[in-house]
Design a protein around this ligand. Structure first.
Ligand code: FMN
Length: 226
């Protein structure tokens, strides 16, 4: 199984989110062929909106940077894991630049979607590709926090079973030395989620464990404000 990990944390290897993603990948099994993109180390110019990749040079961007190689990995992957922290209720700019540069994967036509609205058809058959979204955030609350990101991925990859998401509040607690035992417990659930994902789907009990906060919100707020 070819897995492409898109690590969009500006912290690179020091990312809280990456710890969750690595645990999930461990759970996927030993046969995973992992290709890892650390977005902050890659040269990914912003899309200029010139549409050359649609009209002048179909499928090929004007920029000669690191993105064409990433696109090849993206096309080849069985599973793409989007791993990044929540920034302003959405994604950090580096990974957004990468997402915008996926434009050559689409064709310029505009179709009606079965679930409403419009979309551009795919240039390649990527229908078998699986998507996972893993994101941590700083607040203790999911509500009024992760909704915009979830809505974006729902539209992009499909509301029902188009992708699998893991949203973890209190992400900064992952690096608190006194909480490492609890952090390890949480990472154990992420690893279990990886195992279950590979064999049909994340079990409700694992979901429930992952939906538990690392520490209760009241204690979190008290500590954060101290
Ligand atoms: C510019 C910026 C914007 C952020 N926006 C949010 C936000 O909207 N909601 C939230 O709960 N946390 C927010 N955070 C906190 C991060 O999501 C949190 O620290 C996360 O765990 C960092 O993960 P990482 O180590 O993988 O980069 C923000 C942090 C930064 C630096």
């Amino acid at each position: 199984m070819k897995v492409l990990l898109l690590n969009g944390s500006p912290r690179g290897e020091g990312s809280n989110t990456l710890r969750l993603s690595r645990a999930f990948i461990k759970g996927l099994g030993a046969d995973v062929q992992l290709r890892e993109v650390v977005v902050r180390n890659e040269k990914i110019n912003p899309c200029t909106g010139c549409f050359s990749c649609w009209h002048k040079t179909p499928g090929v961007c004007i920029w000669k940077d690191d993105m064409p190689a990433i696109l090849e990995e993206y096309i080849a992957a069985d599973l793409v894991i989007w791993s990044f922290p929540l920034y302003y209720f959405s994604m950090p700019s580096g990974i957004k630049a990468l997402m915008d540069r996926l434009l050559p994967l689409n064709l310029p036509g505009i179709h009606r979607r079965e679930d409403g609205g419009n979309s551009h058809p795919a240039r390649y058959d990527l229908s078998q590709k699986k998507m996972v979204l893993i994101s941590t955030c700083g607040f203790a609350a999911r509500e009024n926090n992760f909704e915009a990101l979830k809505a974006q991925f729902d539209i992009l990859y499909g509301r029902d079973d188009g992708y699998t998401s893991f949203f973890m509040p209190e992400g900064e607690l992952m690096r608190v030395p006194e909480l490492q035992e609890r952090a390890q417990e949480y990472l154990g659930h992420m690893e279990q989620a990886g195992r279950e994902y590979r064999t049909g789907g994340v079990a409700p009990a694992t979901r429930a464990a992952l939906n538990e906060l690392l520490i209760p919100e009241e204690r979190f707020l008290e500590g954060a404000n101290r």
